[in-house]
Design a protein around this ligand. Structure first.
Ligand code: ZN
Length: 287
């Protein structure tokens, strides 16, 4: 299923994108939670209810009638993996990590498709990073790698917007500050369940800045695969339904270019992953 969170007539709801259009799941079945995080916490029962509700020909909306929001706006955790593509580690002048490099964003950084990325005036080096985002569906701790994929609710497209001067040049390198400015975590549009994806570890992934492709790779290039990441992270903390894992970015970031490219007012960034979706956001400044 392709699930989404949307606003219609002033109310936020969840829907399923079908060949007929977008089925309003909350109208089709009032027992289905209107918050994606609550929906995911319902596990297989939620999914079954949504599958049968999505078969209706009623309560169908078109894209023009709704505003699509971030699929999840209030996760317990937004976990990010750094340097998870070998060629991106090389272009960053960093060694290939022997264990995952982990940092986080606050949920307050999340925005949806079409929402504006605000490049803050306190940073002169705001960069783009397209990423495959894993959405956790089942709560778990100390998850074995062989069991890990069963904890995945689905996938979405993410943009790990990064203020490089905060990330790298502040005392001790403030990765989290550089990554968690408001609006620095665009995600969406759809949350795509695993049965819709041929292989999450073999998908084309690209970032297009003002019509020019600036990142282009495949998820085959991931150093630490999704099951390894879930196992590794869950030995530190409990993963919860709705948690997001940004899995790292491929090469081509603005910092590593000659000349370097920084996001500026008027830019449009498209992040795209085959079979998952296309996430477009304009850029504005606050100064
Ligand atoms: Zn990143």
């Amino acid at each position: 299923m392709r699930l989404l969170t949307f606003e219609h007539q002033g109310q936020q709801r969840i829907g399923a994108r079908t060949s007929n259009g977008i089925v309003d799941l909350n109208q089709a079945d009032p027992n289905i939670p209107a918050q994606m995080r609550d929906f995911l916490a319902g596990g297989e029962a939620s999914l079954q209810a949504a599958r049968s509700a999505a078969e209706t020909s009623e309560h169908v909306l078109s894209d023009s009638e709704i505003h699509v929001c971030a699929p999840i706006s209030n996760p317990d955790k937004v976990i990010c993996i750094g340097l998870n593509y070998a060629d991106h580690a090389a272009e960053s002048g960093m060694p290939i990590p022997e264990e995952p490099v982990v940092f986080s964003k606050y949920p307050s950084a999340i925005i949806g498709p079409g929402d504006t990325i605000v490049a803050p005036s306190v940073s002169q080096q705001v960069d783009y990073e397209v990423e495959l985002v894993v959405v956790i569906g089942t709560s778990g701790r100390n998850i074995a790698k062989r069991d890990a994929m069963a904890y995945v609710a689905g996938y979405t497209v993410g943009h790990d917007v990064s203020a490089r001067d905060y990330q790298l040049e502040k005392p001790a390198g403030q990765w989290m500050l550089g990554k968690t400015f408001d609006t620095f975590a665009p995600i969406g549009p759809d949350l795509v369940t695993p049965d819709e994806i041929s292989d999450p570890h073999d998908l084309g992934i690209r970032c297009i800045l003002n019509g020019q492709t600036v990142q282009e790779s495949r998820t085959t290039q991931l150093i630490f695969n999704i099951d390894e990441l879930i196992a590794y992270l869950s030995h530190v903390f409990t993963l919860s339904p709705g948690d997001l894992i940004f899995t790292g970015t491929p090469p081509g970031v603005g910092m590593a270019r000659d000349p370097q490219i920084w996001l500026k007012r008027g830019d449009t960034v498209v992040c795209e992953i085959d079979e998952i979706g296309r996430l477009e956001n304009p850029v504005e400044t606050d100064g």
